[in-house]
Design a protein around this ligand. Structure first.
Ligand code: EPU
Length: 427
């Protein structure tokens, strides 16, 4: 299990190029199951979750161009898809495996997908995905830890009027993909509006799907009998971009964040401005962050897009430890997403957590120690805290960060950070 060793205290300067969005690439790869023609995807981030999704699709009989090593482009061809199984061994390492459920049942009328179970940040049920598919005519049983989904009498899914009780990102993606091949019209209300959803709609449209309602919470999908192959480049990763903006702000440096989509970063940019950080738009896909003269505390509440993303909460907490005053951070999306807080306290942060609320008092003098990463974004928060801490921090369990940040060590080194990966071969 690898670790990161970081010596803090250096201001970061230079340019970083943002990779493709993991959370766009994963549903795009799953969408390839909807057709027997090849789907070619570009701007894929070289991260562990993509390898896992490639393996999963290969297990489900798809031909995947590079199933075992990361690549910027993938071609996936799913010539036939019968009795597709998404096994526990793969699903347990990546909850996004649930994204194969909608396409598999829509294409072949049957799917067996392991229940993802809980994870560090919360219970994360998939009941809304299942209830929506049932409304579309699927019969679903959960047996032996698997979701066994089948459309009775060898038929196909039917369009339905679905109202999500709660906004769910992968739930919206699953139903979009299922409805694209269902008979008739599906109306999906209270749909997620994340840019990754719009990106998936763009891909599905290239494949021949009939979808209206981009960027709104009501999607209207008229199913077609067949989808075809397509070529698509996924959008830049807004969370990686936000993480590097915070890296510039927290270290008192100046970073040019290239190949990003500023329009997807609205709530993060507004929050950074409130804390005194200046971010300029250099051109339509480049931002430049300048250190604040003084970081000022500001409260934040995580929300669904276009609100402040839960995936930026840990990074913001690191920044808040350096801001003058009290910042109240309220996490509304996941019930247990403050695991990084106790590690930041060990580094000297002055903060307390009460349920879904964290109170951070700053500025605090952080000092390096050994800390443990608990999930992907928590790891990013700890890396940011370590960049500003005095002395050496060793971050354990960085496999979490490898799931979703492409080349983070190299990118930070290029910006002048004193960071290295320590390799510990697994026995
Ligand atoms: N929920 C239910 N029932 C469901 C589905 C969701 O109660 O059937 C609840 C969840 O437990 C949670 C809330 O609804 O409390 C929102 O969950 P959502 O379904 O939107 O999350 P997700 O689709 O599982 C995606 C991202 C996450 C990101 C969240 C929220 C992907 C692959 N994952 O997860 O990304 O945090 O949306 O924006 O798109 C990450 O990249 O680190 C990550 C965790």
């Amino acid at each position: 299990m690898d670790k990161f060793r970081i010596c803090g205290g250096r201001a970061l300067h230079g340019t970083v190029k943002i990779s493709g969005a993991k959370n766009s690439a994963l549903p795009a790869m799953a969408a390839a199951l909807l057709t027997d023609e090849p789907v070619t995807l570009h701007n894929i981030p070289k991260v562990r979750d993509i390898i896992t999704m490639g393996r999963l699709l290969a297990f489900m009989s798809a031909t995947v161009s590079t199933p075992e090593f990361p690549a910027e482009s993938y071609t996936i061809e799913s010539k036939s898809l019968n009795d597709a199984v998404a096994p526990y061994e793969l699903v347990k390492t990546m909850r996004a495996s649930i994204l194969t459920l909608g396409p598999a049942i829509a294409r072949s009328g049957v799917a067996h997908v392991s229940l993802p179970g809980g994870c560090a940040i919360g219970a994360r049920p998939v009941d809304l995905h299942l209830a929506a598919l049932e409304k579309m005519g699927a019969q679903i049983a959960t047996e032996h830890g698997y979701i066994q989904a089948r459309v009775p009498n060898g038929g196909g899914l039917k369009g339905a009027h679905i109202v999500f009780e709660k906004i769910t990102v992968t739930g919206t993606e699953n139903i979009l993909m299922a409805a694209a091949l269902a008979e008739g019209v599906t109306i999906l209300e209270n749909a997620a509006r994340e840019p990754e959803i719009t990106d998936l709609i763009h891909l599905l449209r290239k494949m021949g799907a009939d979808i209206q309602g981009d960027d709104t919470s009501i999607l209207r999908i008229r199913g077609v009998s067949k989808l075809h192959g397509a070529v698509h480049g996924v959008i830049p990763d807004r969370i990686e971009a936000g993480t590097f903006l915070v890296a510039g702000a927290i270290t008192g440096g100046e970073i040019t964040v290239a190949n990003c989509q500023p329009a997807h970063l609205g709530a993060v940019l507004t929050k950074l401005e409130t804390t005194g950080v200046h971010v300029d738009t250099v051109n339509p896909c480049t931002l430049r962050v300048h250190a604040a003269k003084k970081l000022v505390a500001s409260d934040v509440t995580t929300e669904e897009y276009p609100g402040f993303a839960t995936d930026m909460q840990a990074q913001y907490m690191a920044l808040a430890t350096q801001a003058e005053g009290t910042s109240v951070i309220t996490e509304t999306i996941f019930e247990n997403r403050f695991l990084h807080a106790s590690e930041m306290i060990r580094m000297g942060a002055n903060l307390s957590v009460d349920g879904r609320r964290a109170v951070v008092r700053g500025p605090a003098h952080l000092s390096g120690t050994t800390v443990q990463a608990s999930d992907l974004r928590a790891s990013a928060g700890l890396v940011l805290a370590a960049l500003v801490a005095e002395g050496e921090t060793v971050i354990d369990r960085v496999y979490h960060i490898d799931r979703g940040y492409e080349g983070i060590v190299e990118k930070l080194q290029d910006l002048g950070a004193d960071i290295e990966r320590l390799h510990f071969p697994t026995s």
